[in-house]
Design a protein around this ligand. Structure first.
Ligand SMILES: N[C@@H](CCC(=O)N[C@@H](CS)C(=O)NCC(=O)O)C(=O)O
Length: 202
């Protein structure tokens, strides 16, 4: 399979999962503004939504959406233990975190990358992010990872988007559980390999 990615973007979540699960895979960088792959292909033709990530499967199908790709990868290798079994309450808890990561963290922090954001709107946005962080801070209390003691695909997604706090100089002093969670996930060998492969060594 091949993952279409952009360094440090949300495509890093499935990239981490590919490495955590021990997949053999190819990577192709996408120039997002120009919608071109490193190999010169028109990215619109690969993912008509124009954004990363996209995962090209061995049968030629293309799967999109971070949370779905991550779950697909975990389910193809159940022995990786990266997602609870489908249909269990634990699986719904995982999907709850993935959805929170997507809509409440990814899209809220992601909005700060918009160069047209005014200082006033940035203030509003930072307020919303702070409220989501307050909730996340509580949910991480006493836990190693989002689902408890075991790393899961939810951590790959949360880590990827929380990592953007550094780029936006969001001070995490108010949220010590989040800060130590980011450091804990960053220290995992597969995460270090991912950062290195994307040219973002930490
Ligand atoms: N809902 C999508 C969102 C993906 C997304 O926001 N990707 C960003 C990078 S983090 C992107 O490629 N944006 C470029 C664009 O929207 O044109 C998913 O879950 O995969």
């Amino acid at each position: 399979m091949k993952l279409y990615y952009s360094p440090g973007a949300c495509s890093m979540a499935p990239h981490i999962v590919l490495r955590e699960a021990g997949y053999k895979f190819d990577l192709e960088k996408v120039d997002i503004p120009n919608k071109k792959t490193a190999g010169g292909d028109d990215y619109w033709k690969i993912n008509p939504k124009g954004y990363v990530p996209a995962l090209k499967l061995d049968d030629g199908q293309v799967l999109t959406e971070v949370g779905v790709i991550c779950q697909y990868l975990a389910d193809q290798k159940p022995e990786s233990g990266l997602a609870p079994k489908f249909g269990t309450m634990e699986r719904y808890r995982l999907m709850e975190v993935l959805n929170f990561a997507a809509t409440e963290i990814h899209k809220q922090i992601g909005a700060l990358f918009n160069p047209k954001m005014t200082p006033e709107m940035k203030e509003v946005q930072l307020g919303a992010i702070g409220r989501r962080f307050d909730a996340l801070e509580k949910s991480l209390a006493g836990k190693q990872y989002a689902m408890g003691d075991k790393f899961s695909v939810a951590d790959a997604y949360l880590f990827t988007v929380l990592n953007w706090t550094g780029l936006h100089k969001i001070d995490l002093a108010k949220w010590p559980n989040i800060k130590s969670y980011i450091d804990r996930v960053a220290a995992r060998p597969a995460v270090q390999e991912t950062l290195k492969a994307e040219g973002l060594h930490k």
